[in-house]
Design a protein around this ligand. Sequence first.
Ligand SMILES: [Zn+2]
Ligand SMILES: [Zn+2]
Length: 273
Amino acid sequence: MKTHLAFILFILAVFTLLSFLVLGEEGDRAQRVIASGEVSLTVVYDNYSVDSDLQTSWGFGCVVKTEKTMVLFDTGGDGSILLSNMKKVGRVPGDVDVVAISHVHGDHVGGLAGFLEENNQVTVYIPASLPDSTREMIGRKGARYVDITESRRIVDDVHTAGELGTWIKEQSLIVESTHGLIIVTGCAHPGVVNIVKKAKAYREEEVHLVMGGFHLMGTPEGELLGIVDEFRKMNVNKVAPSHCSGDLCRELFEEEYGEDFIDSGVGRTILID
Ligand SMILES: [Zn+2]
Ligand SMILES: [Zn+2]
């Protein structure tokens, strides 16, 4: 009799635990605990929107979370919008370990000062081409900075493609995952195809996902179709263009990629597990 009771209690405990796990996952994907090898990417600043609770504004910012580290890639144009959006999706600014800035434009670096006022216990990885005024500002806020020129590891599974381009120099993030590389671009001024090629050459791995700004607004359809074709030739599995990609670029990628096109914008969390 006693063993029966223990058995029933055991089954009840297992069911309770399972329902907690299932509800937890469905309740909020952004809050989900990241296991080893998993990566979650949450867009916290964008002019495209997938969640009307968050503020939409021109620019880009994305929180990359791996098992051990939280990286903020780009800060949008306004610190208060960035911080408010981060809190709404459960990405506590104080939990960020590392910040990386893609390039000099205000819609990517404008929110940095406001962010550092909330959390200055971070190292900020900036393109070496950024003006000294940015370094001075980072120093004044009490944070550290590292200049980036070459591709290298930043922290754990997160790398930079290095400073690419000539006129407007820019770095992109490369994140290792069990499915292949994830590339996050700020504005992709050096050309999104060039960035993907560089990442593949640097890590010698296949590319699972490219997300962020593709800098293709106003690009003619013929040229856009050529870029979509290049993505297929480079074996990119999934795409999530937002920010400065343009509506037509997004439409053409969606036509080609179908379910592997991710409608990205502020509030979107992409979980790679
Ligand atoms: Zn730009
Ligand atoms: Zn931009």
